[in-house]
Design a protein around this ligand. Structure first.
Ligand SMILES: [Zn+2]
Length: 100
């Protein structure tokens, strides 16, 4: 497989020695222990059929998705600034939200 060696945002190709940043995003489902299907009885047969009809990869993505990419320095600065604007820094101070 060809190595992906350019900035995802601006497309700049990295040459040897260029400053580049690795970004890893993990999007994982967070189960609070409550099954919220009380309004309708769960039809097990229907549920099994739905699971069978879907690609296992698609189901896996819904539970756990990992995204990896590279950014150059200017794009990295914009990316980090945008995230800070979302006040994610404050959110991650919540112990319950920290990755195990
Ligand atoms: Zn870039």
């Amino acid at each position: 497989m060809k190595k992906f060696n350019r900035c995802l945002k601006c497309g700049k190709n990295f040459k040897e020695g260029n400053l580049r940043y690795k970004v890893k995003i993990l999007v994982s489902s967070d189960f609070d222990g409550v099954l919220n299907e009380s309004e309708e009885e769960i039809d097990l047969h229907e549920l099994m059929q739905e699971i069978e009809n879907r690609e296992s990869e698609e189901l896996e993505d819904e539970v756990h998705k990992e995204i990896n990419f590279l950014l150059c320095k200017p794009c990295r600065d914009v990316f980090v600034r945008d995230i800070t604007d979302l006040e994610i820094k404050q959110i991650t101070e919540d112990e319950d939200l920290k990755w195990q």
